[in-house]
Design a binder for this molecule. Structure first.
Ligand SMILES: Nc1ncnc2c1ncn2[C@@H]1O[C@H](COP(=O)(O)OP(=O)(O)OP(=O)(O)O)[C@@H](O)[C@H]1O
Ligand SMILES: [Mg+2]
Length: 264
């Protein structure tokens, strides 16, 4: 690991046939920071994350995670990462208690200590009542809380969260920010994906705006804001423009209604 760079991505490419899912992306995630990949649906966020985890093989580019190569050192990297995928890969027939005990056993952690820590996290997120309830019966947001706790229990160096906060209420997002800050204070870092500008703004130290597999803007919120001020626009509008989402919804709806009406 050079100069506190936990994740280094250089000119990364991954194509699926004609689809250029990741098309020459570069960024670093440094120790002690929350880096957000912000972009609309299909931008290439999940593909980038899967490449970093060694779950996909890249076509081109250089990748380093904790100084290692995800394609060669997948297992070593995984032991030092906490990952929450966008698909809920959670054992629905278990209770949170069972799940945390399972995590403790595969990660070689003390089960009493783990239970205590997990319960504290659950309490802070207002979900302690569900400790012994089947995960299948929990609400979407509460399932997400359980997944994030399961990923952070072993105190990983890097926490990779693929769109995990969209289902959380405002209070839980604030508590989650504190939990992430505590993780950073221990020398960790966070890579985080979202399509929601407000969430990126609230949580991230630096943001990479990604669209159609390309990085179209990168920096701190202040830097991105300064750039948008220069363009004489609000950051929100610049984000929508950069990610080509600024076509008026009214126009889209009008077209949609017209085409449906023509068919009727
Ligand atoms: N296994 C695959 N086979 C073919 N195409 C894929 C595959 N995985 C992703 N893609 C395509 O790559 C592009 C990027 O997808 P990706 O899942 O990385 O987007 P994303 O930014 O995570 O979007 P979302 O916000 O919807 O989660 C999309 O066009 C998607 O259809
Ligand atoms: Mg995704």
């Amino acid at each position: 690991m050079i100069n506190n760079v936990m994740i280094s991505v250089k000119n990364l490419k991954k194509f699926f046939g004609d689809v250029k899912a990741v098309n020459n992306i570069s960024f670093n995630v440094n120790k002690g920071e929350i880096f957000g990949l912000l972009g609309p649906n299909g931008a290439g966020k999940t593909t980038t994350i899967k490449l970093l985890l060694g779950l996909l093989e890249s076509d081109e580019g250089e990748l380093e995670v904790l100084g290692m190569d995800p394609e060669k050192d997948e297992l070593q990297i995984k032991s030092r990462i906490g990952y929450v995928s966008e698909e809920p890969l959670i054992f629905k027939s278990l209770t949170p208690k069972d799940l945390f005990n399972f995590v403790a056993s595969i990660r070689g952690m003390d089960s009493e200590e783990t239970t205590e820590k997990a319960q504290q996290y659950l309490e802070s997120l207002g979900a302690l009542d569900y400790y012994n309830q089947l995960i299948a019966t929990l609400s979407h947001g509460n399932k997400q809380k359980i997944q994030i706790i399961a990923a952070i229990l072993h105190e990983p160096d890097i926490l990779i969260l693929d769109e995990p906060l969209a289902g959380l209420d405002a209070k839980s997002v604030k508590v989650m920010k504190e939990i992430l800050d505590m993780h950073l204070e221990k020398g960790g870092s966070v890579l985080f994906s979202t399509h929601i500008m407000e969430i990126a703004e609230e949580l991230c130290d630096r943001i990479g705006i990604i669209n159609k597999g390309k990085m179209v803007g990168i920096g701190t919120i202040d830097e991105l804001r300064a750039q948008s001020d220069k363009m004489g626009a609000r950051l929100e509008d610049v984000f929508l423009r950069l990610t080509e989402q600024d076509v008026s919804v009214k126009e889209i709806v009008k077209k949609l209604r017209k085409s449906f009406n023509n068919k009727n």
